[in-house]
Design a protein around this ligand. Structure first.
Ligand SMILES: CC(C)(COP(=O)(O)OP(=O)(O)OC[C@H]1O[C@@H](n2cnc3c(N)ncnc32)[C@H](O)[C@@H]1OP(=O)(O)O)[C@@H](O)C(=O)NCCC(=O)NCCS
Length: 160
């Protein structure tokens, strides 16, 4: 697989994650999403699923400060890369880590034959929406109650 992509945030490397990283990735997921975080069990499934691409952003000291997980899926006869989660530790935000993780995921999707990347994002998640727009995603549709009653999402997509 990749890796060793160095993000613009100096000395942060993007590497493939594994089941060994489950605890730290779950902690990060909780930090980023609170009660809306994926369960540890679901993260475990994503980490072991052969269709998944789990990535981590690691400091020189070996700390995990970001993560992203995508899956290669067949939707409507097309092979697409579905972004499941993108997390950056609050004290490492606005340094390019999120963008580096997403670009790395897109590269992996391309290598695996994906024609398009898709993702969902809460309609009020301004930082994430700005990040996705800056990387060329278009907001195709609004998914009513996607995150629960009264909590809509946008479906965003990008041709790879
Ligand atoms: C969304 C998230 C992953 C962004 O990570 P990040 O490492 O801070 O993002 P980057 O530094 O790579 O930002 C790249 C660009 O995105 C936009 N952006 C990111 N965060 C932003 C913010 N808080 N306000 C405005 N624009 C923002 C900017 O255009 C930024 O470029 P710039 O810093 O040169 O202006 C991070 O805020 C996060 O983990 N949030 C909580 C979890 C989450 O919502 N994940 C997405 C779920 S769909």
């Amino acid at each position: 697989m990749l890796m060793n992509y160095v993000s613009p945030a100096r000395s942060i490397r993007i590497e493939q994650a594994s089941l060994e990283d489950l605890e730290r990735m779950y902690e990060l997921e909780r930090t980023c999403f609170g009660r809306d975080a994926y369960s540890k069990q679901f993260l475990r499934l994503l980490l072991i699923d052969p269709s998944s691409i789990p990535l981590k952003a690691v400091t020189g000291e070996g700390e995990i400060v970001g993560s992203a997980i995508g899956r290669v899926e067949k939707i409507g006869g097309r092979v697409v890369g579905h972004v499941y989660t993108l997390d950056v530790r609050p004290d490492f935000r606005r340094r390019g880590v999120g963008a580096a993780l997403l670009k790395s995921l897109e590269n992996e999707f391309r290598k695996l034959g994906c024609e398009r990347a898709i993702l969902e994002v809460a309609v009020d998640n301004e930082p994430a929406i700005r990040l996705y727009k800056s990387l060329g995603y278009t907001f195709a549709s609004r998914l009513k109650d996607y995150y629960g009653r009264g909590r809509d999402a946008y479906r965003a997509e990008k041709d790879l």
